[in-house]
Design a binder for this molecule. Sequence first.
Ligand SMILES: O=C(O)c1ccccc1NCC(=O)[C@H](O)[C@H](O)COP(=O)(O)O
Length: 206
Amino acid sequence: MYVKICGLRDRATALHAIREGADAVGVVMSEGSPRNATREEAKAVVTAAHSFDRHIDAVLVVRRIHAADAAQLAVDLGFDVLQLHGEYTQSDFESAAVIHPRIWRAASLVTTPDLRFGEYSEERLLVDSPDPGSGRPWDLKGVSSAHLGDSWLLAGGLSPENVASAIAEAQPDGVDVSSGVEIAPGQKSLERITQFIRAARSASSN
Ligand SMILES: O=C(O)c1ccccc1NCC(=O)[C@H](O)[C@H](O)COP(=O)(O)O
């Protein structure tokens, strides 16, 4: 089970998440988000991710900024992956892919019911709530790999308390969390990060 902890803005929290077993750390650069990171904060998380012997994906998460600009920003800041969230088109993905080799697509089944992995040649699909970063759970009924395809992550309202049942119900390849490991919007809890990673790992080994 691939685990991504999203919305990080400092080195210490990123190091903690990775030491506890995270496979990826996400940085949100999106105006209006309580997790909107500066370039310096983003670089601190990328540097932390790249200080480990095992490979960790440092993921830049953006929404409503020009896809090619976002891809250039991801290259400039050293991110391994660019995650384009929401209303991007296939042509946006194509223009980003010319600049950055690894692009993930994040979208909601509520707004895009026909969502399937690979439609935009993305490396991974992240299936999220219609309101990304809100921490609000959404209805997982009917969500499955049979519908979504080969490589997808589940996100949206996950927490240490519900991740095991969400994995059992939706059978994703990985999980992504932000609000569920916070004590207030934008403020991560080291303890909840540890609890989330342990719960996700033990659910997937059952
Ligand atoms: O987290 C945000 O504020 C955000 C803002 C704009 C675009 C995407 C954003 N988050 C995307 C993520 O990858 C979150 O981890 C994902 O939506 C899950 O969020 P949550 O329900 O808070 O766990």
